[in-house]
Design a protein around this ligand. Structure first.
Ligand SMILES: Nc1ncnc2c1ncn2[C@@H]1O[C@H](COP(=O)(O)OP(=O)(O)OP(=O)(O)O)[C@@H](O)[C@H]1O
Length: 334
């Protein structure tokens, strides 16, 4: 049984032209690190929140989201509580938005343990101290008494990671956990997450717009566009041979983490803009921005997510493009 499993999850909001999520299939196994990558507005955060049974107000929800077998679509209050206070935890982009500025760090870390799990103050404090040390904060005893404004953004994100781990979850959902931080702090936070994931054998779903960050941290990558998964493969396969033109576009529009030898690669932005919820297309949602779109095919019917080689790809032309090198797929002028 998968730790986290989405099966044809669809979410629609009233007054929109297309679903926020359209038939999402995604799996995270125990101890596995998986990324969900895509541009702003593609539906990554809505997908992550669904793993805690959090759906947008007024939404129509279809399909399944199972956490250790419990389906959160239509789950009752007791099932949701078990998942949210035990199995799964979430870390968000902005640590200051997730913590009460007038409560001490110690209260933030110990209250869930004392109020939900009925731990004694001593036991909860001991656990908080252990976790503050585990996330690499220098003075756990002092930090327990501090207020959020006394810590830097990077230190506070470590506190949020400690908070997410208080109940010993098996699944950690990380929604852009480093986007609000400077570059060197980003690397430190990713290192802390990686170490804790390995030590505790956590299943981890990393939500990010940064495909290089995903590659550095993850075993497998799902690429999302306009509410659909357009490609998924192991990180090595995806980077060696991206099969969807959007994946290739993402790879070509972000600077590589490590500089290759020779002159720096030219970065090529993906032309056009992502599709909003008020726009819809009868065919592939990426067709209007895709230099490989075939009139009469790609603009007519949505491509299904199908196995091409070892990757799942939603592109009508995936087989024709399979031999194209990533740089050919990305070049504007070839
Ligand atoms: N609660 C909500 N009510 C109405 N619309 C929503 C709600 N949550 C998300 N949306 C819309 O759903 C779409 C997907 O949003 P989502 O936050 O999942 O995107 P994202 O890929 O995480 O983008 P970003 O990286 O900018 O956060 C957006 O158009 C957003 O405006």
């Amino acid at each position: 049984m998968a730790l986290l499993e989405y099966e044809a999850l669809s979410i629609s909001l009233p007054g929109t032209a297309r679903p926020v999520l359209d038939g999402i299939d995604l799996t995270v196994r125990a101890g596995e690190v998986v990324a969900l990558v895509g541009e702003s507005g593609s539906g990554k955060s809505v997908t992550a929140r669904a793993a805690l049974g959090l759906f947008p107000a007024g939404a129509t929800v279809g399909g399944r989201v199972r956490v250790e077998g419990t389906d959160l679509v239509g789950a009752d209050a007791a099932e949701l509580r078990t998942v949210r206070t035990g199995t799964a935890s979430m870390i968000f982009q902005d640590p200051r938005a997730g913590i009460n500025p007038v409560r001490r760090i110690g209260d933030f870390l110990t209250e869930p343990l004392r109020l939900v799990h009925r731990w004694s103050r001593e036991r909860a404090n001991a656990r908080a101290l252990e976790l503050l040390a585990a996330v690499g904060l220098p003075d756990p005893v002092r930090h327990l008494r501090q207020f959020p404004h006394e810590l830097s953004g990077g230190m506070l994100q470590r506190v949020m990671i400690a908070g997410a781990l208080t109940v010993e979850p098996r699944l950690l959902l990380c929604d852009e956990p480093t986007t609000a931080l400077d570059v060197s702090t980003q690397a430190e936070i990713m290192a802390v997450l990686g170490r804790l994931q390995r030590e505790r054998d956590l299943g981890l779903l990393l939500i990010t717009h940064d495909i290089d960050l995903a590659a550095a941290a993850c075993d497998r990558i799902y690429v999302m566009y306009a509410g659909r998964i357009v490609e998924t493969a192991t990180t090595a396969e995806l980077f060696a041979a991206p099969r969807h033109p959007y994946t290739a576009g993402l790879l070509g529009s972000t600077p590589p983490l490590t500089a290759p030898e020779g002159p720096p690669a030219r970065l090529i932005p993906i032309p056009g803009a992502p599709m909003g919820l008020l726009d819809s297309a009868p065919g592939c949602a990426f067709a209007a921005r895709c230099r490989f779109a075939a009139p009469g095919l790609c603009d007519q019917s949505p491509p299904p997510l199908e196995l091409h080689g070892t990757a799942l790809v939603a592109c009508h032309r995936a087989d024709e493009l399979v031999d194209a090198q990533p740089n050919t797929l990305m070049r504007e002028d070839s």
